[in-house]
Design a protein around this ligand. Structure first.
Ligand SMILES: [Zn+2]
Length: 152
C-alpha cells in the first residue's frame, strides 16, 4: 500500500499492479496455510533481528554489516523501526537501545498483513480503502476515485 501511495506522487498518472501468489493463500480465505506461512515469516525475521542486534558493533557501516551478515538488511530495517538503531547518515548506524521488542514489530506486521489481505479482497474503491487505512476516515466516506479497478 505504501508503494501504491508513492506512485503518482509527482502528480502524473500512475499505474499500479498487485501480483498475488496463490500458493500463499492470499486469494483463498479458507486457506489455513496462509496465516501459518506469514506467521512463520514474521517470527523468523524477528529472530534474525534480535540475533543481528547482538552481533553488530555499537556503531558501524551498513554495507560492512550486510557484507558480514548477508541476511541482515531486513533485520536492520526492523531494528530501526523499533528505535534500536538510528541512522547517522545513509551509510552508518548507531545502536540506540539494547531492548529489542520484537513483539511490537510482530504485532504491527500482523496488523498490516491483515490490512493488505482486506485491501486485496475489498470490493470498495481502492482509494477509499487507502484513505481509511492511512487515517483519513472522514475523507474516505463515500469516496469514489472513478479510476481504480473497483470503480471501473
Ligand atoms: Zn476507485
Amino acid at each position: 500500500m505504501q508503494e501504491i501511495g508513492r506512485s503518482g506522487r509527482d502528480g502524473k498518472v500512475a499505474h499500479t499492479l498487485a501480483l498475488v501468489s496463490e500458493p500463499t493463500g492470499w486469494l483463498n480465505p479458507e486457506d489455513k496455510q496462509r496465516s501459518q506461512f506469514f506467521t512463520r515469516q514474521i517470527e523468523q525475521k524477528a529472530r534474525q533481528a534480535r540475533q543481528i542486534m547482538q552481533q553488530i558493533p555499537e556503531r558501524g557501516n551498513i554495507e560492512e554489516v550486510i557484507a558480514e551478515y548477508p541476511e541482515s538488511a531486513i533485520a536492520l530495517s526492523i531494528l530501526h523501526s523499533l528505535d534500536c538503531l538510528s541512522w547517522k547518515d545513509p551509510f552508518s548506524y548507531q545502536k540506540t537501545s539494547a531492548v529489542v521488542d520484537v513483539n511490537r514489530w510482530q504485532t504491527r506486521q500482523k496488523y498490516w498483513q491483515k490490512q493488505m489481505q482486506q485491501f486485496l479482497q475489498s470490493k470498495q474503491c481502492r482509494w477509499q480503502f487507502l484513505l481509511a487505512a492511512f487515517g483519513f476516515e472522514q475523507e474516505s466516506l463515500g469516496f469514489q476515485c472513478g479510476n481504480c479497478d473497483r470503480c471501473k
